[in-house]
Design a protein around this ligand. Sequence first.
Ligand code: ASP
Length: 314
Amino acid sequence: MVKPFLMGSDSAENYLDIGLKILREKGTALDAIEQTCRAVESNPDDHGVGLGGIPNLAGEVTLDASIMCGRTLGAGSVAHIKNYLHVITLARKVMDDSPHVLLVGDGAELFAEYNGFKKTKLLTPYAEEFYNAFKEKRLHELGPEYDQDKGYLREDEQDYDTGTWFNLLEPHMRGTVNVMAMDINQNIATAVTTSGTYLKLPGRVGDSPIIGAGNYCDNRYGAACCTGTGELAIRNGTARAVVAYMKMGMGPTEACEESMKEIQEIVEIPTMNVIAFNRDGETGGASTYREILYYYMDHDSVKVENRKGAWVKK
Ligand code: ASP
């Protein structure tokens, strides 16, 4: 039997103990990942998830999320949510209490309202100033606290019309959290929640709420979740592909590498990451553009373990 464990991408590092506590008390993988994601969504200093997310080009913060159950292959997701914070719980509600998998925009918000979710203003003063600075092209005047974000447009960028600005964004100008777990009953579950790419076009939805693209799991084979340029994971069906490769006999790292190679082949500057585990509890990850780290805790962990994935170069 595999010890209950959970793992996550960048933003999950400081929150995995929340899910671990649930797993240690014999709770479900679904509860563990949902509660971990909620904590990340509440962090105003994480500008790629929930509260404090950087807005789209119209100045609106819009959230996407999905959750999947590996035992039933049940899934729920929501996209383009403007007024509710805990989109992971909303996605779970779609899975548990609706006949559908994906709800978007106004309809999803109506579903939230009917189900008693509380409206929340998602735009924080930092995110608003970031957006205003982008619009006014005077980021440099805002002071040292913006230093880390000064590089959000490449140097050659002068005119961010909607045809060119997207490719000019630095790779770190977005964020997402992946949280994946196996519980004491050996059930697997996966969750992804995000405010998506900074300064995206209004209406844009990334891979995070697309089952098979940013999120997939199946008790029989394993789990995979993505971060990075969502368009690439949608075009490649990345999370589903990784789980299928594990079904065909690859280990998690090899399966992640294979999916990143596919992306390398189709785009010039790919910026994609995937993390995975199989039903034996082996973990892996790969990225097309960096030394990827992911975070792991199991039943016996005293602290978060940083694990290294593969960097798949051209
Ligand atoms: N995958 C997310 C999206 O495309 C962004 C990210 O992971 O950084 O919306």
